[in-house]
Each structure stands twice: as structure tokens, then as C-alpha cells.
Design a protein around this ligand. Structure first.
Ligand code: SF4
Length: 335
């Protein structure tokens, strides 16, 4: 097993293992700055921490978009913004298709099914569709239902909790200090306010972001620490997949080793959370990276397609989990 050679960092990581309390911002930054030859040691440490505090099970989730494209917001990384020339058209998905997507997701062994809409926040038409969709899925399919519908009012939070939405996703996306560089139509604080209401409602909080937006390593560390303060149940970690037509279309993709440093660093900042590989892992890390991440702190994957880009085939991911002897988290264990 590879060892960390910096004594102060090694001691800090041992403390994470023993206590389940994450690295502080300086510690996270130290991991993000490790030389290449120390990356395996960081991944080993993150894997040990994950196994100690989360166990070997891996959570598998499918996502479906009920409303794709045409969003009025200007998140510079997002091809679903209606303000850019990205080739993503506004599309609505009807209830039978939604139930079928949930059924197919459950058939892969996944325990979470997330309904996603590209909106600033849900209007009454979308809330009505989600209400009907959640009821239809609960009737027909045995799976936890999550939702990601943008910023919410308190009434909407309460309604989603009441109809049985188990987890709500709303990403802070990046460090508070960097957010205004990539989003100008709303603030980090507005996103945070929704997350606080979700937490208070009793729904699980899913909150992550995207790396590779042009943030500095210091801001990556700041972001990991801000997430740790929120203490989300799940953190989806995306890597920028630059989409044509967006302001970040020409941004460089995250270097594979930097991505692995980030995976280890986020796990060490968040020892107990569900750390999910989300979009962009294929182009940043290739197939091998999936294995490295799962042995470096990641304990959840999205199967199938992402919202605007294609992912790996579910069978590939499930075969890999089998090979790594990481059981898919059972539905009963998540209820
Ligand atoms: S990230 Fe969300 S809020 Fe921002 S443009 Fe995309 S869909 Fe809209």
C-alpha cells in the first residue's frame, strides 16, 4: 500500500480515519497539491476512510430529465441554458415515459431514481407533473425517488417532502468565491438557502458541483470545505465536459491526475457522505478512472446516460463493482 510521505498530512489523514471528521481546508489543499507520485497514496488513504465510515456498498442511481433545455439561467458550463447556442432543445417528458425510465433504472439494481428539470425553480406546471410522476412511480416501481428542480420556495420544499421525495439535489457547483465568475443570474447564497430548507424538511440533501470551471486549487479546497459545513448526505462530483455553444466550450478538460487528487481530497473532507461519480468522468479519466475512483473514495455511481451527454453502459459499471467485490447498496438499507 502506498504511504503519504508528508508527516503532517499523514497524521491529519490518520485523524480523519479515526474520528470520521474531515480534513480542514489546509489539509484538503495539501492533498490537491500532492506530487504525481503521491496520488496513489492519497487514493489509498481515501479508500480506507471510505471503507471505515461508509462500508463497501456502492449506491447506484439513475437520472431522468423531465424538462430538458431552455433554462433561463446562465450557468456557463451548462448546455441546458436557453441563453447560449448549445444544441440542446427544450423537451418535456410525459408520465408514462417517466415511469418506464424508473422501471428500467430499478431493473439495473439501482436504488435511487432522480427526476431532474432544467429550470431556475419549478413553476406550477412542473410541480403538477412531478406530483403526478412521483405518485405513478411509487405505485409501479420499488425505488427511492429523488428530485432536482432548482431553487424552491418553502411551500415547494414541504410539498416535495410530503409526497415522498426522499432526497433533493441542488448543487452549489463551485466555491462561493468563484461562483459569480460562472453564474450571474442567481447567487450562491440563493442556492444555499434552498439547501437549508431541504435539510430542515427532513429530505436528504444531495449537493455537489463541477470541477474544472477555471477555479484555482485554493477554490477547490474552499468548495470541499463549504460542502463539509453543509454536511450533505450525498455529493455528486462532476468534471467539466465542455459543451459546444456554452461560454466554457473551449475550457481544457480536467487532467486525469488532478481529478484523482480531487476525488481523494473530497473523500477526506467528507468521510461519511455518499460520494458519487457524476458527469465527465469518462472524458477526464477514461474507463480506468472509474476503477481508480472506486478504489479512491467514490462509493456511488450514476448508471446510463447523464442529462445531456452519454455515460458508460450500466452493465460495464455493474460488472466492475462485481469484480471489485463492492455490493450494490440494497433498497432496504436505504429506506
Ligand atoms: S445548471 Fe441548472 S440552473 Fe444553471 S443553466 Fe443549467 S439547468 Fe439552468
Amino acid at each position: 500500500m502506498a504511504e503519504l510521505t508528508d508527516p503532517a498530512l499523514a497524521a491529519a489523514v490518520d485523524a480523519v480515519y479515526e474520528t470520521g471528521t474531515g480534513l480542514d481546508e489546509a489539509g484538503v489543499l495539501a492533498v490537491l497539491r500532492l506530487p504525481d507520485e503521491q496520488v496513489p497514496a492519497a487514493l489509498d488513504a481515501a479508500h480506507r476512510v471510505r471503507m471505515r465510515w461508509c462500508g463497501p456498498a456502492v449506491e447506484v442511481e439513475g437520472i431522468v430529465s423531465v424538462k430538458t433545455g431552455g433554462c433561463p439561467e446562465d450557468c456557463h458550463f451548462c448546455s441546458q441554458s436557453g441563453l447560449f447556442t448549445s444544441p440542446v432543445r427544450a423537451v418535456w417528458l410525459e408520465i408514462p415515459a417517466l415511469v418506464e425510465a424508473a422501471r428500467q433504472t430499478a431493473a439495473t439494481g439501482a436504488t435511487e431514481f432522480c427526476i431532474v428539470a432544467a429550470v431556475r425553480g419549478p413553476d406550477e406546471r412542473l410541480m403538477a407533473q412531478v406530483r403526478a410522476g412521483v405518485a405513478a412511480i411509487r405505485e409501479a416501481v420499488d425505488i427511492n425517488i429523488a428530485a432536482s428542480l432548482g431553487m424552491l420556495s418553502l411551500e415547494q420544499v414541504d410539498e416535495l417532502a410530503a409526497i415522498g421525495v426522499h432526497r433533493y439535489n441542488h448543487n452549489l457547483e463551485t466555491a462561493r468565491s468563484f461562483f459569480p465568475s460562472v453564474v450571474t443570474t442567481h447567487t450562491w447564497q440563493e442556492r444555499f438557502d434552498t439547501l437549508r430548507m431541504v435539510r430542515d424538511s427532513g429530505m436528504e440533501v444531495c449537493c455537489g458541483g463541477i470541477l474544472g470551471l477555471g477555479e484555482k486549487l485554493e477554490q477547490r479546497a474552499e468548495f470541499a470545505t463549504q460542502l463539509a459545513e453543509l454536511d450533505p448526505d450525498e455529493v455528486p462530483l462532476n468534471f467539466l465536459n465542455p459543451r459546444p455553444g456554452t461560454p466554457l466550450a473551449a475550457a481544457p478538460i480536467v487532467d486525469g491526475r488532478d481529478a484523482l487528487r480531487a476525488i481523494a481530497a473530497f473523500r477526506l473532507a467528507l468521510p461519511r457522505t455518499v460520494l458519487r461519480y457524476a458527469g465527465g468522468r469518462e472524458i477526464t479519466l477514461g474507463d480506468l478512472g472509474t476503477r481508480d475512483g472506486l478504489l479512491g473514495g467514490v462509493n456511488a455511481v450514476i448508471v446510463g446516460n447523464y442529462l445531456t451527454t452519454l455515460g458508460r453502459a450500466p452493465a460495464d459499471d455493474l460488472a466492475l463493482l462485481d469484480e471489485l467485490k463492492m455490493p450494490v447498496k440494497a433498497l432496504s438499507a436505504t429506506l
